[in-house]
Design a protein around this ligand. Structure first.
Ligand SMILES: Cc1cc2nc3c(=O)[nH]c(=O)nc-3n(C[C@H](O)[C@H](O)[C@H](O)COP(=O)(O)OP(=O)(O)OC[C@H]3O[C@@H](n4cnc5c(N)ncnc54)[C@H](O)[C@@H]3O)c2cc1C
Length: 286
């Protein structure tokens, strides 16, 4: 690992100042579970590291009935997994957090790091995209809010500009009766990166289907939403044929790669299976 400068700012303003004024290639570090491995493997060699761990006020989970959920970017995945309010209001987020790595990883890894690392397989992304989450970011030029669906620019790339830090994830309140699932398919049952990750969320109001959201991970350069698949159920009847058609449509939204974990063909096939399974489970339980 090459030598690097290390900064430990005590507040967000200071962190942004260091990041935006350094000429050297600067990176922030949160839990370090992605970045340190990349540095050790020589995939990343920043000249300057800005450690966010000393920042106060970015590690929280807050829920308000009108506004929904707000999660600070330095919140650990383990805290999300165990949060009683998240379990009650957005259990699909606990499910997604639980699917990640091991207890040790989840106790170090942050939600901000999971999103900013921008791995197509990041397990928090499909669940948060399906929940129509937004990201609050702050940089030298001020604050902005970005829909999570627009946050990813490619494998390992986000739309964050130089000096910007992700500060908060906002999950809107869900209307009506709702049920969601996150289904992760990997080579192993534990400690494995997804071959495909599928999140399905169904909402009903007064017994009528109101919303269908399907988001996919690890099957395209970025996590994606399968809107054409959602429309099939929203515009037509909820039959077994419609479920199969929606699953086929979801597979068409994918641009998977073949790699050590899976072939492109298998990823599309498994998306069909997982979307069908997710839709059936949600429709049954909502
Ligand atoms: C053994 C092992 C198993 C794993 N299993 C899984 C798994 O099953 N599923 C999964 O999704 N991931 C998995 N991961 C990956 C990793 O743990 C997660 O992506 C983690 O959430 C990253 O968070 P972090 O805080 O450690 O990020 P860091 O490593 O600190 O940072 C990751 C990247 O995000 C940037 N960053 C971090 N926070 C911010 C911020 N607030 N604003 C701007 N940029 C920021 C950093 O500059 C860096 O580029 C695994 C990792 C390991 C080592």
């Amino acid at each position: 690992m090459r030598a690097f400068e290390h900064f430990q700012p005590s507040n967000l303003k200071e962190a942004i100042k260091i990041l935006s004024t350094k000429d050297k290639e600067a990176r922030v570090i949160a839990g370090g579970t992605d970045l340190l491995n990349a540095m050790r493997d020589g995939e990343e060699s920043p000249e300057c590291i800005v450690d966010l761990k000393g920042l106060k006020g970015l590690d929280y989970i807050k829920y308000k009935e009108k506004e929904g959920l707000r999660i600070g970017s330095l919140t650990k995945l383990g805290s999300i997994e165990k949060s009683s309010i998240v379990k009650k209001k957005y259990p699909v987020l606990c499910q997604a957090a639980h699917s990640i790595g091991s207890v040790q990883i989840r106790n170090m890894a942050t939600i901000g790091g999971n999103l900013c690392n921008a791995a197509p397989s990041a397990d928090m992304a499909p669940a948060l995209i399906a929940l129509e989450a937004e990201c609050k970011v702050q940089g030298a030029k001020g604050k902005r809010t970005i829909s999570l669906e627009d946050f990813f620019a490619g494998p390992g790339e986000t739309v964050l500009k130089k000096g910007e830090i992700l500060t908060e994830i906002i999950v809107p309140k869900l209307a009506g009766k709702c049920f969601g699932v996150y289904i992760k398919h990997g080579l192993r049952k534990a400690m494995d990166i997804a071959i495909a990750g599928v999140c399905v969320i169904i909402t009903k109001e007064r017994g009528k289907l109101k919303g269908v959201r399907i988001a996919l991970g690890a099957v395209a350069p970025t996590p994606i939403r399968a809107k054409n698949a959602e429309k099939i159920l929203l515009d037509g009847s909820v039959s077994e044929d419609a479920i199969t058609e929606a699953a086929e449509e979801a597979a068409k939204a994918c641009f998977p790669i073949s790699d050590v974990r899976s072939s492109e063909w298998y990823r599309r096939e498994i998306v069909k299976v997982l979307v069908r399974r997710g839709l059936r489970e949600c429709l049954e339980k909502v």
